[in-house]
Design a protein around this ligand. Structure first.
Ligand code: RIB
Ligand code: CA
Length: 324
């Protein structure tokens, strides 16, 4: 089985929709993405309940847009709860407002009218075949609802890149489940069953791409507002995982998705067969990856499990330097 089937680096700008629950690491991912207009043509940002409530994730997405000077990008609010269960939040990790280490305020520009789900249905239905990439940085509820409403929209999707899941690493909200999958495993199953081209950026990878004192100094040396905000947000955010795991630094989960779109060669993985456990019980939200192909089932995801950590921080620093 090949060890890496990474897509070739993008030549033309990638038509991209970012679905997100900001969230500290989402904020970093959004700033990184919005700093790269020549490579990422961000059609819209869609928000979902996850780290905090939908009202706060939507406000934080609008703040990210304002801080990046990209108020040309519409923000649509989506689902306020998962498909089946009640909402699960992570305010103990991201703070009550979903962002710590930076002052939040009412954004200059508000949300676009209409729901994120309808925006996804309309945009993907009208898109050229396999032309639009989706970066899923939170629970996959919005995309699942759009696929249930109009399954044919899958045709407009080029690739879905998901921050989520864990196999070798173990979970971060239960011993086996990662937060985004745990928050809505039913939605992840709908997306998986749709047959769209899928890449997962799981904890197996993001826990290898972690901050350090030197990397914080690298980011702070940029010296603009964006880097000051990223340093403040990450400094507050990584403490939780450093304490929990006893790691020397903390992961920047969602920004790894954007880095994969910008520089896929930084990462490696393997196509494999993955299933999601949505049964109530101790394995609720677990992603099971048949890494060695023992089940002889067709691969349905590209499971990324390794990367160049310094290369990631060099890319993040270089692109943040483009912002104000
Ligand atoms: O498990 C990490 C993921 O859950 C990240 O996307 C973080 O923002 C939270 O949504
Ligand atoms: Ca997130």
């Amino acid at each position: 089985m090949s060890t890496s089937t990474l897509s070739a680096p993008q030549s033309a700008p990638c038509d991209l929709i970012i679905d997100t629950d900001p969230g500290a690491d989402d904020l970093v991912a959004l700033l990184l993405a919005m700093a790269c207009p020549a490579e990422l043509n961000i059609r819209a940002i869609t928000t979902v309940a996850g780290n905090v409530s939908l009202g706060k994730t939507s406000r934080n997405a609008c703040l990210a847009r304002e801080w990046a000077g990209r108020e040309d990008i519409p923000v649509y609010a989506g689902a306020g709860r998962p498909l089946v269960r009640k909402p699960v939040h992570a305010a103990e990790v991201h703070g009550e407002e979903g962002l710590e280490g930076v002052a939040v305020h009412v954004p200059r520009q508000g949300l676009a009218s209409g729901s994120a789900v309808q925006y996804l249905v309309d945009t993907l239905a009208d898109a050229e075949p396999h032309s639009i990439t989706l970066a899923m940085l939170g629970p996959q509820t919005n995309l699942a609802l759009a696929l249930v409403q109009q399954p044919g929209i899958a045709r407009g999707i080029k690739e879905v890149v998901v921050m989520g899941g864990a196999h070798f690493n173990g979970g971060n909200i239960t011993p086996v489940a990662e937060f985004n999958l745990y928050a809505d495993p039913h939605a992840a199953e709908v997306v998986l069953a749709s047959g769209v081209r899928l890449a997962y950026v799981p904890l197996d990878l993001t826990h290898k791409i972690i901050t350090s004192d030197e990397r914080f100094r690298q980011l702070a040396a940029i010296g603009n507002q964006a880097s000051k905000r990223v340093v403040g947000i990450l400094d507050a955010y990584v403490k939780h995982d450093m304490d929990l795991y006893g790691m020397p630094g903390g992961p920047v989960h969602d920004a790894c998705v954007i880095a994969y779109l910008l520089a896929p060669g930084l990462f490696s993985g393997r196509r494999a067969h993955m299933t999601v456990d949505s049964r109530e019980g101790p394995t609720f939200g677990q992603t099971i990856v048949d890494w060695y192909g023992v089940l002889k089932r067709p691969a349905n995801v590209l499971w990324l499990n390794d990367g160049d950590a310094q290369g990631f921080f060099d890319l993040l620093s270089a692109r943040l330097a483009r912002l104000q």
